[in-house]
Ligand binder design. Sequence first.
Ligand SMILES: [Fe+2]
Length: 244
Amino acid sequence: MATRVGAAPGDDLTVAYRRLNAAYQQTLRYAEDVRRLYQQVQRAIYQSLLGLANALEAKDAYTRGHSERVGAWSRGVAAALGLPPGDVDMIGQAGLLHDIGKIGIPEAVLRKPAALDAEEWSVMRNHPLIGAQIVAPFDFFAGGALMIRHHHERLDGSGYPDGLTGDEIPLGARIIAVADVYDALTSSRPYRVALSHATAIERLTSEAGRTLDDDAVAEFVGLIQTLSTAKTDVGPRSALHPPR
Ligand SMILES: [Fe+2]
């Protein structure tokens, strides 16, 4: 058996260790490449969803600023509640996309310049289900899909589509509901005058613990004084631009 002259004991072990370490470092680089690619794919998907949201905004003028505000406020409340950054991001995104299902609602219903009748309401009430179906293919947004599906549920079970109660409703959906209700109350519609900020806050407070999550209402009331609608921050939407 050949033996290298002058080879110190353990040299083979050192070489093997170096090779193993180099292979490990290469694996880390591959893992980083995969992570980056995954993020790029996620961004591309968000971009596509945003395209759909923009299409909805073109179809329904009311939804435009509404989606932005609900996204920003939901994100703010989630952060104030101390949720992990990943959850805060997802709640902000789901808030932004919560009404995306309205893209599947006929314009005659969506843009009706008067209160909806019972039949039209039953059509309109499909939008959380349609919205959840639109984002369903994206596994990484499964939590967001649930928030979209349940953003019209109410704590006492009076909401839709599933009549969930209390903690059965995902926390993100409960947060989005508070922001959604406030914005609806303070927005003018052709058939309804907007409530003042003070009256809307009174309404929210009276619903806290009854139909709306009381913690989310408390944080929302605290934040709405400081959050500016002119500076909406919906989090990762700013990262929706193609990677540079
Ligand atoms: Fe909605």
